[in-house]
Design a protein around this ligand. Structure first.
Ligand code: ARG
Length: 461
């Protein structure tokens, strides 16, 4: 069978041009959305009397057969199938005869593809939210198991102040709440129906677009038919939301690569989530984490690639827009593996309390001593400087900072009292930080509760 648009052409398309032009290789996965869109369209045509009840029933029945062929993977593609829209229509006409040719009345592939793609992205947003949810569960579980286990906290990757494992791991939970929310917003912006825009000027058939929207699960209809067929903001929004998840996973990965190294040894990765070396028998490599970190680059690339494709386009449909799908599919497919892998990795992670404890050196408590002085009325700037001098003195004497005697300290300032040493305790430092969001035990119990509440609130939505 010839092309669906072959009428005005005297020659066959060059074979390579056909291949260049075709999108079936990647857009076949829109079959379900395409068929749902077509069924709604057929019902719309029936409503305005373009199709008789018998014709509409034949078309809808035929489309359902095509759907089941795709689902059973028995659909046979033909060389001439350019994209999913032409493939479905070609097969429909084979199945139900010339009446199938009435389906495309008042419609264009331009509003059809925009509709299908939006439906696909809407479902993808919800699937990704579920994948993120599973990772969040794993993070909460790890936090719960070691909520108050002390560990060194870092700034500039240098020992800074003590925190706890629960506090650290929950710092990777909250960014994901923003991601889940972002996908909710992308969903809202995607749920705008372009169908009825036709090629770009609006359909000449008075279909009830509100009915079509309701039928297909859209929340609104588009206001301008040129914008309707050319708007791919939703795809860019989706890719931005994906890139942000990738970025969050990459940061978590980077830290776990570090924490699982021999030098840190803070965590042990489960064998099922690590890989070996082909030459060095002793090695256990964090490939999963490195790949996750690496793939975030490609996710950002998908976003920037699409933005560049879109930026010079006149409104209405241009074939450049066919380039919208591969980055979106790739982004989804990447997260659909990376998120479950990360969830599994986190839930099998074994924290090493002894390694954490070894790093809890007294320098982490210098701020406590400055706070001690400040609480005794010394201006904080001066306190900071006095403790700095104490650190230097300890360095000169090559002794740990917390073994300085009261005499040592008082040689620096008379404000250091007998009770100064008492503040140089990790547990004391932690207990000082029960401000909301802090690393103190009471604050952490609340934070964990709030994280769980956020999780269950989302489940109720
Ligand atoms: N395969 C095309 C796409 O993905 C469908 C729309 C084609 N429209 C057109 N006027 N050639 O964008």
């Amino acid at each position: 069978m010839g092309k669906l648009w072959g009428g005005r052409f005297a020659k066959q398309t060059d074979a390579l041009v056909h291949q260049f032009n075709a999108s079936i290789r990647f857009d076949a996965r829109l079959y379900d959305q395409d068929i749902s869109g077509s069924i709604a369209w057929a019902q719309g045509l029936l409503q305005i009397g373009v199709l008789t009840t018998t014709e509409a029933a034949a078309i809808v029945g035929g489309l359902e057969t095509v759907r089941s062929e795709f689902a059973a993977q028995t659909f046979v593609f033909e060389v001439g199938d350019e994209d999913i829209h032409t493939a479905v229509e070609r097969r429909l006409i084979e199945l139900v005869g010339p009446v199938g040719g009435k389906l495309h009345t008042g419609r264009s592939r331009n509003d059809q593809v925009a509709t299908d793609f939006r439906l696909w992205v809407m479902a993808a947003c919800q699937e990704i939210q579920a994948y993120i949810g599973a990772l969040q569960e794993a993070l909460i579980e790890s936090a719960q198991e070691q909520l108050n286990l002390p560990m060194p906290g870092y700034t500039h990757l240098q020992h800074a102040q003590p925190i706890t494992w629960g506090h650290w791991i929950l710092s990777h939970f909250w960014p994901l709440t923003r991601d889940v929310e972002r996908f909710g917003q992308v969903y809202q912006r995607t749920a705008v129906l372009p169908l009825g825009s036709a090629a770009f000027a609006g359909s000449s058939y008075p279909l009830d677009r509100e009915m079509l929207a309701a039928e297909l699960g859209f929340q609104r209809i588009s206001e301008n038919s040129l914008d309707g067929v050319s708007d791919r903001d939703f795809a860019a929004d989706f890719l931005y939301a994906v890139a942000m998840v990738g970025l969050h996973l990459s940061r978590l990965s980077e830290q776990l690569v570090l924490f699982s190294s021999s030098e840190f040894g803070f965590v042990r990765l489960d064998d099922a989530y690590s890989t070996g070396s082909s030459i060095m028998p002793q090695k256990k490599n964090p490939d999963t984490l490195e790949l996750t970190r690496g793939k975030s680059g490609r996710l950002i690339g998908n976003l920037t690639g699409l933005l560049v494709t879109l930026k010079g386009l006149p409104s209405s449909y241009d074939k450049d827009l066919q380039e919208d799908k591969e980055p979106v599919f790739d982004a989804f497919d990447t997260l659909a593996v990376a998120l479950p892998v990360m969830a599994g990795l986190v839930s099998t992670l074994v924290v090493q309390p002894a390694a954490l404890a070894r790093q809890l050196e007294p320098g982490l408590l210098a701020t406590e001593l400055a706070d001690y002085l400040a609480k005794r009325g010394v201006p904080f700037r001066e306190a900071h400087s006095l403790v700095g001098q104490a650190v230097r003195l300890a360095e000169m004497k090559t002794i740990p900072f917390d073994t300085l005697t009261v005499t040592d300290l008082q040689s620096i300032s008379p404000h250091f009292g007998m009770d100064a040493a008492a503040v140089l305790q990790v547990s004391t430092a932690l207990a000082q930080r029960n401000i909301h969001g802090g690393t103190g035990p009471e604050a952490l119990a609340i934070q964990l509760e709030n994280a769980k509440r956020w999780q269950s609130g989302k489940a109720e939505e």
